[in-house]
Design a protein around this ligand. Structure first.
Ligand SMILES: Cc1cc2nc3c(=O)[nH]c(=O)nc-3n(C[C@H](O)[C@H](O)[C@H](O)COP(=O)(O)OP(=O)(O)OC[C@H]3O[C@@H](n4cnc5c(N)ncnc54)[C@H](O)[C@@H]3O)c2cc1C
Length: 399
């Protein structure tokens, strides 16, 4: 038996022995995402047991080195593990900004001490991270940020405001961009710092949106003292790290089908919806125009999936995707909005239900998901900004 076949067989046996019944199969009780953090609660014991067992094995982040909480698996072993997880209808029950965005840049830019401090806590889901990039006057023009960090002895004193900080109210730490020099060109005076949200002077205020409850918050820094040792990379060199993290963010968004479609993994496909809502008893869709759009959407979705897979397979291990992540992010977010609009048209007025005791949760979620989906072409950099990046960095067009 080859090494990889041996690994597959061992992984299968381990999963069989350790994955609790509730965390597998079509009736799995796993929520769409377990984000971890100090405030994490579990609606079902099996979710907690499954997470604890994977943490012990290093399989929440199978490819990370063991000293950082992973299992040091090769790419091939990781793929096999995922296949075996899929085969029993389960998945890794932990996902977070820490894992997808911060950890890769810590691996690349942090000191060994910082890695040992933060990576294992991310791998174990102990600390939930949020992203402190945008400010009221600095979104697309991120480098124009004003949140000020002044060096005083062994710490920085931070004053300023962040906005649109997703889930800041339930996060434990924030990775933030701060201005450490005001005398130089804007890109050259930024540093990347890690801040414990429990530090005195950090406060958070939730923002309400048209779609109802929102993950957004404003985050305020009022004379917040942060040790110099919490800076990642050199002082004033944070812009390089910031951009690298955005590539990981866009790769994460390009991989997810959730934002934009408002789709959860258990949601019906558009074809199923069409069959249920509009098809004749023989299974045909009488509206030829709608049929064409549906088929085009399904083909685009499959092509996207295949192209994305090919590109990620080709990407060098641990190196992320580079500016291509902007192409994928742009295409997926726009395609998801198209899918979401199509879903509305297929189900008709039901898709505009907002509230009411007799309204099924699924219908309410559809309206909110459609509205929230508008965010997909804004978060992680707007579609226009992705097009600018593609024009410059992929197509090589002049400014
Ligand atoms: C769901 C969601 C989650 C988010 N989570 C976070 C988070 O956790 N942390 C965080 O820091 N931020 C977060 N953001 C903020 C997000 O990064 C910003 O909203 C985004 O970068 C756009 O910035 P802005 O809102 O200031 O828009 P603006 O920059 O004011 O843009 C307004 C419009 O002008 C266009 N525009 C601006 N500049 C150009 C240009 N040079 N060329 C062409 N068009 C241009 C834009 O495309 C857009 O249409 C989130 C946003 C969303 C929607």
């Amino acid at each position: 038996m080859s090494d990889i076949e041996t690994f597959r067989s061992e992984a299968r046996d381990w999963l069989e022995a350790n994955c609790p019944a509730g965390a597998r199969g079509p009736d799995s009780v796993l929520p769409d995402v377990v984000w971890g953090g100090r405030r994490q609660t579990f609606a079902h014991d099996d979710v907690k047991i499954w997470l604890e067992r994977l943490i012990e094995r290093g399989w929440t982040v199978p490819r990370w080195p063991t000293q950082y909480g992973g299992a040091g698996l090769t790419e091939e072993q990781d793929k096999v593990l995922r296949e075996e997880m899929r085969a029993i209808g389960t998945r890794s029950p932990l996902f977070s900004f820490g894992m997808a965005m911060l950890a890769p840049v810590l691996m690349e830019y942090a000191t060994e001490e910082q890695k040992l401090e933060h990576l294992p806590k991310i791998a174990r889901g102990e600390i939930r991270w949020c992203q402190g990039y945008s400010e009221p006057g600095a979104g697309s023009d991120l480098a124009g940020l004003q949140c000020r960090a002044v060096r005083e002895g062994d710490h920085y004193t931070i004053n300023g405001q962040k906005i649109w900080t997703s889930d800041a109210d339930v996060s434990d730490w924030i990775f933030a961009l701060v201005r450490t020099d005001t005398e130089v060109p804007k890109h050259d005076g930024i540093s990347f710092v890690l801040v414990d949200m429990e530090t005195e002077g950090v406060s958070v205020s939730p923002i309400e949106l048209i779609s109802g409850a929102s993950p957004f918050c404003e985050t305020f820094f009022d004379n917040v003292r942060v040790p110099i040792g919490n800076r990642v990379g050199e002082e004033n060199k944070g812009w390089t790290i910031a951009k690298r993290l955005l590539q990981y963010e866009r790769s994460m968004l390009a991989e997810s089908t959730g934002v934009g479609s408002g789709a959860s993994t258990r949601r019906q496909s558009l074809l199923e919806v069409a069959r249920e809502s509009l098809a004749t008893p023989e299974g045909q869709l009488p509206d030829a125009g709608l049929r064409d759009e549906l088929v085009q959407y399904e083909m685009d979705r499959l092509c996207y999936g295949a192209t994305y897979q090919r590109s990620t397979d080709a990407a060098k291990a641990g190196q992320g995707m580079g500016p291509e992540s902007s192409m994928f992010k742009l295409y997926l977010s726009e395609m998801n909005q198209r899918g979401s609009d199509l879903r509305q048209r297929l189900v008709g007025h039901v898709s505009l239900v907002w509230d009411g005791e007799d309204v099924p949760a699924e219908e309410r979620e559809m309206t909110r998901g459609w509205l929230y989906g508008k965010a997909g072409t804004i978060l992680g950099g707007t579609s226009e900004i992705q097009m600018n990046i593609i024009a410059k960095r992929v197509l090589g067009l002049p400014d």
